[in-house]
Design a protein around this ligand. Structure first.
Ligand code: NAP
Length: 248
């Protein structure tokens, strides 16, 4: 049995685990950060919670005799991704990054690029009005000082304390349909959308809805994560499964 550790918390990590769990000769362990109240659990072993930094992850790789490490975390999960690169190198475990391609702007999109949440917040301050904010709870703080906007905040788990001046919340987990996203933007009288360039299909409908309604989108760029020269990156669950098959 060869053990595969999938760093997850994404739709594709879930799909990859479900796909590999019945492959003879492989044992799949999915790892979740443990932040979501009711996470969708894939088949196979699931562990939850941080490893304790790079050293902790490297120790886990050795102690659990992990043969392959697949980092299928979210494109904005920069810390665990950096830890994966360093820990895989320390423990001499082959590492694959499964990373969704970025969304590219279409001709009619009205995107305003932001390097990070701080820059996105500055753009919101300039624009004001009613803003659909689709960032994580840990990123709300950047928008705390804004007084000229009402934020419609959508996230999987709404935190007990929302550090915003004027807001309403929607607790929801994707995927979202185009019709629902258009209805949401229209009914909430949204004049600006803030999104992270997550890529993938599950949350793309809001971008298409904004395009159809002619609304601007503050699009937050992905953080840069240094990869080692030997790190391999694939864009699909299919390609990740092929990599594993070929490596075995
Ligand atoms: P992060 O900033 O890169 O990681 C912060 C810490 O959380 C890491 O140092 C690690 O703790 C722990 N951690 C993160 N992912 C883990 C995993 N899959 N298994 C075990 N520990 C993990 O991550 P984040 O952006 O907060 O995201 C946390 C989780 O939510 C990730 O699994 C990610 O795939 C998922 N997610 C993130 C976003 C997003 O926008 N960032 C969106 C959707 C889903 P230790 O240092 O103690 O090991």
């Amino acid at each position: 049995m060869k053990r595969v550790l999938i760093l997850g918390g994404t739709q594709e990590a879930y799909e990859l685990a479900e796909r590999l769990v019945d492959v003879a000769g492989l044992e799949i362990i999915s790892s979740l950060a443990g932040r979501t109240r009711a996470p969708r659990l894939p088949k196979g072993r699931v562990r939850s919670g941080g490893f304790g930094g790079t050293d902790g992850l490297a120790r886990y790789l050795r102690d659990e005799s992990i043969a392959y490490l697949i980092n299928a975390t979210h494109p904005f999960a920069d810390q665990i991704s950096a830890h994966a690169v360093a820990a895989a190198s320390m423990a001499e475990v082959p590492l694959l990054r499964l990373l969704r391609p970025v969304w590219e702007p279409q001709a009619e999109d009205r995107w305003i690029a932001a390097r990070d949440t701080a820059e996105a917040a500055e753009l919101c301050r300039r624009e004001g009005g009613r803003i659909l904010l689709t960032v994580g709870s840990g990123e709300l703080e950047a928008f705390a000082g804004i007084r000229n906007a009402h934020f419609v905040v959508r996230m999987v788990d709404v935190p007990d304390i929302v550090p915003l001046h004027d807001y309403s919340t929607i607790a929801a987990r994707g995927p979202f349909s185009l019709a629902d996203e258009q209805a949401l933007l229209t009914e909430q009288h949204v004049n600006l959308l803030v999104a992270k360039n997550s890529g993938g299909d599950a949350t793309y409908a809001k971008i298409e809805a904004a395009r159809r309604l002619g609304l601007p989108v503050v699009m937050i760029d992905r953080p840069q994560i240094a990869l080692e020269p030997r790190s391999l990156v694939v864009a699909s669950v299919e390609d990740a499964a092929t990599w594993l098959h070929r490596s075995d």
